[in-house]
Design a binder for this molecule. Structure first.
Ligand code: SAM
Length: 289
């Protein structure tokens, strides 16, 4: 790659210059930036094609690199900085408690808010403050496809709007409930950012206290949500649908609760992602007959 070598602080001021190749990422090391140059313009250094990254697995949320599991070693970090040029590297140890608060180490740079675009929806969040499950993209797309315009939906564990936003964009009316005030603030901003204010009523608090009226569908996007089945079942219409998330198949437990509430459940199981060895994040679609 042909580059011009400049102090890092020049990066912002040169982006609009006609010689800058905006289709390539600049490479930054310490205080120096190697800025890609378009064909036909003056350059002062050719950067070797970078060797691939061979370290521990990670994923990128915007320009923030995230490790789960064990803490990566210094060699992996140096390699990753060279390979991805991230603004920040986080190690997320776990998500704590019912509010799923990330327990993190900042390994490089400074955490910040990012805005991801997925399946045409925007999600603003700070991965050091709130949970965002990167592997649920397909499930969000599936939900956006199956909800119907005008349906009244309870999103009992709305988070930053993982399911609320795609369902609202599809034209459903969502009652979004979220107990964590940090996640709730991002939820409000994502409702605005995606311009779905008319389709979403959002409330901060415990969904068990907030459920109101009758619903055509309910999203139960929390692994312990089955314990709240009695709460939601008293608000569900006949022929309505629940989407109950869990680790591995809990159809038998769900079936028992639905029968106690007077429904005949028709359950189908969908895998969302691998969670741990022998453990799958699954969702049970439960039609209440
Ligand atoms: C979408 S995230 C979790 C996703 C993932 N399926 C899991 O269980 O780890 C779940 C969200 O539910 C919220 N939450 C937990 N208990 C709640 C409750 N009783 N009422 C409303 N929101 C709740 C948490 O704060 C969190 O933002």
């Amino acid at each position: 790659m042909r580059t011009r070598v400049m102090p890092k602080e020049c990066l912002k001021s040169v982006t609009k210059e006609d010689w800058v190749d905006i289709n390539r990422r600049p490479y930054v090391k310490g205080d120096t930036a190697w800025i890609p140059v378009k064909d036909g313009f003056f350059f002062d250094c050719i950067l070797d094609k970078k060797k691939g990254y061979l370290g521990r697995g990670y994923h990128m949320a915007g320009d923030i690199a995230i490790f789960h599991g064990d803490v990566p070693d210094k060699k992996d970090l140096d390699e990753l900085i060279r390979w991805e040029n991230p603004s920040c590297i986080l190690h997320i140890h776990s998500y704590e408690g019912v509010r799923r608060i990330p327990k993190i180490n900042v390994l490089y740079g400074k955490p910040k808010e990012i805005c991801l675009k997925e399946n045409g929806c925007f999600f603003i969040f700070d991965p050091s403050k709130v949970m965002f499950a990167m592997g649920n993209r397909e499930e969000k797309r599936r939900i956006a496809e199956i909800v119907k315009k005008g349906e009244r939906i309870a999103d009992m564990f709305a988070g930053i709007g993982y399911f609320t936003i795609p369902a609202a964009v599809s034209g459903a009316d969502i009652h979004a409930m979220e107990i964590n005030p940090d996640s709730f603030l991002f939820l409000k901003r994502n409702i605005e950012k995606n311009r779905v204010e008319e389709n979403v009523i959002s409330e901060c608090g415990d969904c068990r206290d907030l459920l109101k009226g009758e619903y055509d569908r309910a999203f139960m996007g929390h692994f312990e949500s089955y314990s709240m089945l009695p709460d939601i079942l008293s608000h569900m219409k006949r022929n309505s649908t629940l989407h109950v998330h869990s680790i591995n198949d809990i159809s038998a437990k769900i079936s028992k609760e639905c029968k106690i509430a007077g429904f005949k459940p028709d359950i189908s199981l969908h895998r969302v992602k691998k969670y741990a060895p022998h453990k799958w994040h699954v969702v049970q679609d439960v039609v209440l007959l």
